[in-house]
Design a protein around this ligand. Structure first.
Ligand code: FES
Length: 199
């Protein structure tokens, strides 16, 4: 065999053995393995203990627990709130216009009796000065003259039909429909009054 031909064959075989390695090397990709190094906690001089991450996780958990607790409290309060039908029977409206002075009525409220009494006129509304009481001495029933210092309430008693007035002249017992009438009057000075005028 010719020597030059033999050298060519050896050269070709040498190239064919090396070609797979060359192909593999051509498709190899190198990644930047040191790209995230600066984010490692040991490389972060401002937060070596990674506190920011710990605080974030603790804060997130606290917000979550607070939200759960709030929902539980709201649910509990909603359960405890009275329903509409319970609220409807918890209040009662009473018309006072039909209750005359000196009389009482009984109404039902939350399953219990409720006493409502139309009390006599306030004593302060019947006097100009608290120490002086001025009234017309005529029984409001049929016009008799009541007797002072007598009756069940120590005020005035009308013997005609048994009306009892208290010390402020307010009817407390008997057929008289109204308190003894307070006439118009005024004080001229500390110890004198003018009856029949309030001006
Ligand atoms: S007139 Fe006084 S009770 Fe009848």
């Amino acid at each position: 065999m010719d020597v030059s031909l033999l050298e060519r064959i050896v050269s070709i075989l040498t190239v064919d053995k090396a070609s797979p390695l060359q192909t593999k090397s051509a498709h190899t990709v190198s990644f930047p393995t040191a790209h995230f190094e600066k984010y490692k906690k040991e490389n972060n001089p401002h937060d070596p203990d990674n506190r920011s991450f710990v605080y974030f996780m603790v804060g997130t958990a606290a917000v979550g627990y607070a939200s759960i607790a709030k929902n539980m409290v709201v649910g509990l309060l909603t359960t405890m709130a009275p329903s509409a039908d319970v609220l409807a029977v918890s209040t009662v409206e009473v018309d006072l216009s039909g209750i005359s002075e000196g009389t009482s009525v009984t109404v039902k409220w939350r399953g219990r009796p409720l006493f409502i009494r139309h009390r006599p006129q306030a004593d302060s509304a019947r006097v100009v000065k608290p120490e002086w009481l001025v009234m017309v001495g005529v029984c409001t029933h049929l016009g008799c003259v009541p007797i002072g210092g007598s009756g069940d309430f120590g005020g005035w008693f009308c013997p005609c039909h048994g009306s009892h007035y208290d010390t402020s002249g307010r009817i407390r017992k008997g057929p008289a429909p109204l308190n003894l009438v307070v006439p118009p009057y005024k004080f001229i000075d500390d110890l004198r009054i003018l009856v029949g005028s309030q001006d």
